[in-house]
Design a protein around this ligand. Structure first.
Ligand code: CA
Length: 428
């Protein structure tokens, strides 16, 4: 069965307005056309209070449990719903939150201001896989290590990935502790144990798996999108000095698994419909093997999501300086492979995905020098430190640095939707 083209419907109508007034303000992250899902409870309610499922609308959260539209407060169960049921839920939420809805009286009692809420990770993440979908990132990083042959021969044939660790994925907002590990300078005879001095971020998107597949049953490219639930911002913190010493021959290990940070609201695939783009492959490049190719993917398999990275040092905060933008990237320009191709490739050997699994896009670097999604690239391996307002320089993150990742989608004829932000402050 092939996936029909996903076309905007009444839930994307730019004229649609909500009875939640804050959702109608221009430029908000959570207009009625977005409707992202998350887990919340009242701030200060205490650890004995269960997490609830919510939908962000304007500066409020609608408690899904109070609407009667879901049976239990289990995001993984919601993610497991077939795509049709998820779309039906979106239509009900959109209608109920629309101006003039009969639900207004009842649902207005199920709102909590986001400022009074505490958020949890959106779901239980059973497994986490990180891909490497930006050909520009792969080339930039490859050039630092292999100037003559930056891109390895497999790159344009398959979505490269590795299995990461789910237990250390958290929400940002708090401190990010600088990790320790083995460090070995190129000219040193032996490594030493110490704190990383080359701490970096990676600006990524985290795609959440919806319905899973049985072990041994690959997901075909035509139905791959039906197995994706939505997307959040993802910062894959990386210790470049640990990585440089440990990564051969099996790849990154302790340089990556000390922490990764997700934004709390999952924007659904449905909300992204107006921001789909064709999946394109240059004629001189290898064309995808048939299991990674489909007319639907060619027509609209890519997503245009803008990612912004901001840095504010401790001194900038003390001097009242705003955060400095480090990069601005469009995910469609950055990614060589689509989310559906990641799913089809991940399962082609029969590997089973489960609801709530996380698929990292890999660092999303665009082709331009200001579009790189990591300091490793922006500072060319530390050789060209960035100049910051106030005279500071950065090759990698220093203690007190606050790193923020923001994301949104906008285009003519559609209402802008936001993925929110995820940030953390480095501590020694
Ligand atoms: Ca990564």
């Amino acid at each position: 069965m092939s996936t029909p083209l996903q076309l905007p419907d009444e839930t994307h109508d730019p004229r649609l307005r909500s009875w939640v007034e804050s959702a109608n303000r221009p430029g908000v992250d959570h207009p009625i056309q977005n409707l992202p899902f998350g887990r919340f409870r009242a701030a200060g309610a205490g650890d004995d209070q269960a997490w609830r499922l919510g939908v962000a609308i304007g500066d409020q959260i609608l408690d899904l449990g109070a609407t009667g539209l879901v049976e239990r407060a289990d995001m993984n169960a919601l993610m497991a719903l077939p795509a049709d049921a998820r779309r039906a839920l979106r239509r009900r939420l959109s209608a109920g939150l629309s101006a003039g809805s009969a639900e207004q009286a009842a649902w207005s009692r199920a709102l909590l201001p986001q400022a009074q809420a505490e958020m949890a990770l959106p779901c239980r993440i059973g497994d986490y896989t990180d891909f490497y979908t930006s050909v520009h990132h792969a080339t930039n990083v490859g050039r630092l290590f292999r100037p003559d042959a930056p891109l390895l021969p497999n790159y344009k044939w398959l979505p490269i990935g590795y299995h990461g660790r789910a237990s250390s994925i958290g929400l940002g907002g708090g401190p990010l502790r600088r990790p320790s590990g083995q460090l070995k300078a190129p000219d040193a005879a032996a490594p030493v144990l110490g704190q990383s001095r080359r701490l970096d971020y990676e600006a990524e998107l985290g795609w959440f798996v919806g319905p899973g597949n049985a072990l041994g049953e690959p997901i075909g490219i035509e139905s791959a999108e039906a197995h994706l639930f939505g997307v959040a911002l993802f910062n894959d913190w990386s210790a470049r000095d640990l990585q440089g010493w440990e990564y051969q021959p099996l790849g990154p290990f302790l340089s990556k698994n000390f922490a990764s940070s997700l934004s709390p609201w999952v924007v659904t695939l449905e909300a992204l419909t107006p921001f789909r783009r064709p999946f394109e492959r240059a004629p001189e490049d290898p064309q995808p093997l048939p299991y990674l190719d489909s007319p639907q993917q060619r027509a609209q398999g890519a997503f245009a999501i803008t990612l912004e990275v901001l840095l504010q040092t401790e001194r900038m905060r003390a001097e009242g300086r705003p955060a400095q933008r480090l990069s601005l990237t469009d995910s469609q320009r950055a990614a060589y492979w689509t989310p559906a191709q990641m799913v089809a490739h991940h399962t082609v050997n029969g590997c089973n995905l489960q609801p709530g699994d996380l698929l990292g896009s890999g660092t999303l670097s665009g082709p331009g020098p200001d579009e790189a999604g990591s300091l490793l690239e922006l500072s060319v391996g530390g050789q060209r430190p960035l100049q910051l307002p106030g005279g500071e320089r950065r090759s990698f993150l220093e203690d007190g640095d606050r790193l923020t990742l923001r994301g949104w989608c906008e285009r003519e004829g559609a209402v802008r939707i936001g993925l929110g932000e995820v940030s953390a402050t480095v501590v020694g």
